[in-house]
Design a protein around this ligand. Sequence first.
Ligand SMILES: *Cc1c(COP(=O)(O)O)cnc(C)c1O
Length: 374
Amino acid sequence: MDTKSEATTTFLTRPYLPPLEEFLPYLAQIWESRRLTNGGPFHQQFEEALREYLGVPHVCLFANGTLALITALQALRITGEVITTPYTFAATTHALLWNGIKPVFVDIRRDTCNLDEEQAEAAISPRTTAILPVHCYGNPCAGERLQQIADTYGMKLIYDAAHAFGVSLAGRSLLALGDLSVLSFHATKVFNTFEGGAIVCHDAKLKQRIDYLKNFGFADEVTVVAPGINGKMNEFQAALGLLQIRYVHQAIAARLAIDRRYRQAIADIPGIRCLPQIDGVTPNGGYFPILIGADYPLSRDQLYDVFRRNHIHVRRYFYPLISNLPMYRGIASATPANLPVATRMAAQVLCLPTYPDLAASIVDRVINILARGH
Ligand SMILES: *Cc1c(COP(=O)(O)O)cnc(C)c1O
C-alpha cells in the first residue's frame, strides 16, 4: 500500500470514534461475561439509551440498516408494488427486490431531493401496498401529506431514515413519522456502530413482531412464528453504540460548523449552489451536496476529476440513479422521461467532504478548488 498518499488523501467521510480507552472497560465486560449476542445487557441498554436520545417509543436494533429495511417490509407484510425514489442508495430498492416487491419509481422534488408526494399519489395502482420515501441528506419528506395519502388509500408508510439520525422538524423527530422508520449506523453515517441499524416503531406489538423476525422468528425455545432472518445486533456493536451516544451531540455540532463554512463560501461562487435550508429543521450535517450549474466553467465530472487529482475524494451521491441499474431499468417507471428532476440532480450533484474532525485547512482547500476551478 502507498502509505504516503493514504496519509494525504481526504475522503468524503471519516468514521467518528470515541477515545479508545473509554471503550476498553466495555470490552472487558464482554470478555468477562461471555455474553456476545442475542439480546445481552449492552443490547438492552443501548436500545433504552437510543429511545431516550431519539425521543421515540420503540427501537429494534439490527446488525445493519439493510437487514432492518428488509425486515421492516416483512413486519408490515408488504407485497405487490411499492412507490419509492430513484435518488437514494441501492439498499433502499434492493430491500424491495429481496421481498419480491416491485418498485415503482416517482420523481423527486428540486428543493429536498425527496420523493415528490403529489407524483406519488398519481402513481398509486391497485397493487400498491406501501410508500417507501427517503429523507435524502436528512431533508425531511412531506410527512403530513404522505400520511394523508397513505391513509386515503389504505397503504403503509415506511421511511428510509438512514440519513436522518437526530434530525427534527419543528422540534419533532422525523422518526415519529409513518408506520416505521429505518436507521443505519454504518461507519459512514453521522452515528456509527461500525455496522448497525435499527427500526423505530410506535407500538409494542409491532416491536414484538420485529424482534421475533430478526431472530429467525423464534418467540420462545420451541415456538417459531415466522420465517425470520438473523438480523441481530451483537454486544460489541451495542456497547460501542452506548458509548457513541455520549459523543454524538458534539460530533453533529462539529459537522454543522463545517456546513456553515461551506455554505457561506459557496454563496459567492457563480455556477454552484447548495440545496436550500428548510425552515424549522434541526439538521445533522451528515452530507454537504452542491449542484454544479451550466454556468460553472467545468462540468460536474471534470470538477470531480480535479478533486481526485488534488487527493480529495468527493462523491457523486446519488449517481447513477437506482432506476438506471441493470436490475431496475426494465421497469416502466424507471425510464428517465418519468424522472426528469432526479436525472438532472444526478448529473449535477457532488457531495463535499464533511466529518467531525475535518481540518479547517482542508475545508479551505476544497473551497479554493471550487472558486478557481482547478
Ligand atoms: C447507508 C444507507 C442504507 C444502508 O444501510 P447499511 O447499514 O449500510 O446496510 C440504506 N439506505 C440509505 C439511504 C443509506 O444511505
